[in-house]
Design a protein around this ligand. Sequence first.
Ligand code: NAD
Length: 270
Amino acid sequence: MGSYPPQQGRLSGKNALITGAAGGIGLETAVLFAREGANVLLADISGPALEKGLAKLKEAVPSANKLASTICDVSKESDVAAAVEQLDAWGGVDVMFNNAGIMHNDDSDAVETPERIWDLTMAINVKGVWFGSKHAVQSLRKHGKKKGSIINVASVVALVGSATPQLAYTASKGAVLAMTRELAIVHAREGFRFNALCPAPLNTPLLQDFLGDDKAKRHRREIHFPTGRFGEAIEQAQAVLFLASDESSFVNGTDFVVDGGMTKAYVTPE
Ligand code: NAD
């Protein structure tokens, strides 16, 4: 877990639902949200990971308001609907962080990617974000909210091409970016903001499990960072906190890139 700045109540009184919340960016964001006064519902497909995540969250923020967890596969609409409904008892959703996503080991180039992997990736990474957005909008309306913030996780691979292919993942993140932009415009007059977060490769299990001890594979990616390092989950969580809070009230429809300058680099320092 990261180290945290002083608490300022930036999400005081808000209810937040985070998908893929048991680890990585999701859990770091949950800690920041709770520290800033939000009630937080953690949703994840993995029950055991959720249990550990909730325990870590409670330990990190003992004074937090309401904290709970729920098992939810974001590719199943009934699961997402049920998770969002749990927030009815708290007064409905204010912040929805559609963070759950997978990058499958068998995802490859146009020739090698199995169709099964393509469909699975799209079901979680794209349909999951659609379901999360849909049910957040319905909850915001149901509870008569005049503002809401939905943050959808895309990736830098939605912006720049990569010679280390994961075609289904890349296509899915491009879809998240385009979908988020349209949602932002459609719902702007209702006060519901939609922004897409574009993280660069990070020190989280999603990428690190994939790289393992393979130094060459790792170097192939690290070399593209002007900073010479991967990002940390907490550095994404800080951006999500900003997008969730009212401080970003005029930020809507953005591709919010948190990448240490990676997508702006041509030749990086040695
Ligand atoms: P992570 O693997 O650490 O965490 C992802 C969480 O999502 C896990 O707890 C997992 O159990 C959960 N999950 C998987 N499938 C799910 C499903 N169907 N329903 C609900 N939960 C599910 O990953 P992370 O690095 O924290 O990634 C979070 C998001 O950031 C993902 O959308 C990922 O694509 C994106 N992202 C990550 C990186 C990176 O390098 N780590 C870079 C760019 C974008």
